[in-house]
Design a protein around this ligand. Sequence first.
Ligand code: SF4
Ligand code: SF4
Length: 216
Amino acid sequence: MKQRFPDFIKKILFVEILKGLALTFRTMLKPPVTRQYPKERRDPKPGFRGQHAFVRDAVTKREKCVACQKCAIVCPSRCISIRYTTDDSGARKLTKYEIDALRCIFCGYCESVCPVCAIVLTETYEYASYSRDGFLYDRERLLLNWDEFAARLKRDSYFNMFWRPAGCDVRRLPAGKREQQAIPAGRKPEAKSQKSEEENTENGRPSPSVGEGGRI
Ligand code: SF4
Ligand code: SF4
């Protein structure tokens, strides 16, 4: 009975209603928190993992991927598909690289494991498509994603930390990571995507007869 008495008084005096009205009036006097997107855009928080991209090599102007398949092996969603050819010396040449972004869970394992800093998850979050094919990123699309991301880059990107991890002995990193410098904010965009002359393609996609390594 003693516990119910305060509740009874509260109901008589409309305490909860008055509290709610006070909150309403306090909020009315504050500036709105709603953003007028797309006029008002916000920068993603550091560590945001968005659209995939192939880092464009400053020298070759192409992707740096060496077809080692580490990213495809580590990918928990199995959404990376790679094909390559091998020359007489055993060196691999990438002929197809494709990511099904609709299956990706954006874990970042692929960019962590890549020994040459080829694949990254950029901070681009505005991408959409009317068809499923629009989310199948091949080599050219991944390079284009990089060009678009690099042109907008306003701050050091979070994936720089994968290339030179703090506290890590640089001498113990793979050669590709030792050579990769951090991408600074405000850098100039690289040249636009160029088609590889030697690429063996049929209707924009690699010929099935070329590849030796299939989907893993
Ligand atoms: S972010 Fe994760 S799920 Fe997505 S492609 Fe990379 S490894 Fe696969
Ligand atoms: S881990 Fe890097 S180099 Fe190896 S296949 Fe993937 S993107 Fe290419």
